[in-house]
Design a protein. Structure first.
Length: 218
């Protein structure tokens, strides 16, 4: 016979299920038709590509509701052209859901970015973190000029989000949408765990003119 489910430090397995029941009850008390509307389908205007970190939930930090944001998360919000999972999410979001915004959101204090800054071997994730090291290599002159290690860490978080947004913009998926006149903007954000505030990196792109020539299609 299998062992009993392991309890975490603060939340038991049973508490998760009870929490669900409590949430359903409270939600129905506030809006009796909430789940009827939710089950009718989704039409989110936003695709959020963020970090898997448990402290950065898209809906809570943007004060939005279930159904408002389509979400893809991975370690350190990495966006690379070889990730079929991410590309499948992007394709569905752009071509089926017709989202208006794609947001790549990093966060200060990101463990994945911090690991990429060091030389310690972590495990299989080292292969994933090489994508962040590539971002560092691309911006090595800027990064090497930053003497404060905290500021250097923060800047790599920002550059990783910006690079991710650039990679989204350079995909054939987004370029085809823009070529067809679809309304779509790509953004890079960084969230602060210390303040709760999101920083807009102000690199929004919404047309083919912003695509890097090396990646421009047809």
């Amino acid at each position: 016979m299998c062992a009993k489910p392991i309890e975490t430090k603060d939340i038991s397995y049973e508490a998760l299920l009870q929490g669900n029941k409590d949430w359903v009850r409270d939600t129905i008390d506030k809006d009796p038709g909430f789940f009827d509307k939710l089950s009718d389908g989704q039409n989110p205007p936003v695709l959020w590509i963020g970090c898997s970190d448990s402290r950065v939930p898209a809906n809570q930090i943007t004060n939005t509701k279930p159904g408002d944001i389509f979400v893809h998360r991975n370690i350190a919000n990495v966006v690379v052209h070889t990730d079929m999972n991410m590309l499948s999410v992007l394709d569905y979001s752009v071509n089926v859901l017709k989202v208006k915004h794609v947001i790549v959101c990093g966060h200060y204090g990101c463990g994945g970015v911090k690991a990429a800054l060091g030389n310690k071997q972590v495990g299989i994730i080292d292969n994933w973190l090489r994508n962040i090291r590539d971002v560092y290599r691309t911006h090595e002159l800027e990064m090497s000029a930053i003497q404060d290690p905290v500021k250097r860490f923060d800047r790599l978080v920002e550059l990783n989000a910006i690079e991710g947004a650039s990679n989204i913009m350079n995909t054939s998926i987004v370029q085809a949408a823009w070529a067809n006149g679809q309304e779509l903007s790509v953004h890079a954000w960084v969230y602060s765990l210390k303040t709760g505030i999101i920083k807009d990196m102000e690199v929004t792109s919404n047309c083919l003119d912003d695509v890097t020539p090396a990646f421009k299609i047809g």
